[in-house]
Design a protein. Sequence first.
Length: 155
Amino acid sequence: MATPLFSAPETALTVHLTVHLTADADRLPDLFGALRALGTVESIDPLPGVVVPLPRSAPLRLVVGSRKVFWRGREVALTRLEFDLLHYLVSRPARVHRRRALMAEVWHTTYVSERTVDVHVRRLHGKIDADRELIRTVLGIGYQFADPLLAVVEA
């Protein structure tokens, strides 16, 4: 039988380890549970109030400060009104917006033809992704941003 090169001391060794987790706040209980399940973790002391929200990623990114739009990482060149219309719809995805309301809010007038809104929405479809319905047409009413998870607005 071989003699070990070293032998473990008879006293217990305590290791304090600080782990910085990067996760959504709602996932932290699952992570803490997984660490406890290892059986070797005696205590978990999360620092209260130190939860930093992670930036959400989405295929459509609007950077308001520089008035830039990116679709899947590629910059999309938009006119001033196209950007304003897209920003307005993305910022209020839960509502269906009537053409007249869009004209008042984006164009700041009601003297523009309602078909102007239709033309700008069609141009946005063509410039961003013609195969994806980003802006949903609600027949006889107006427009709505199709899926809030598709877009993120940055300052």
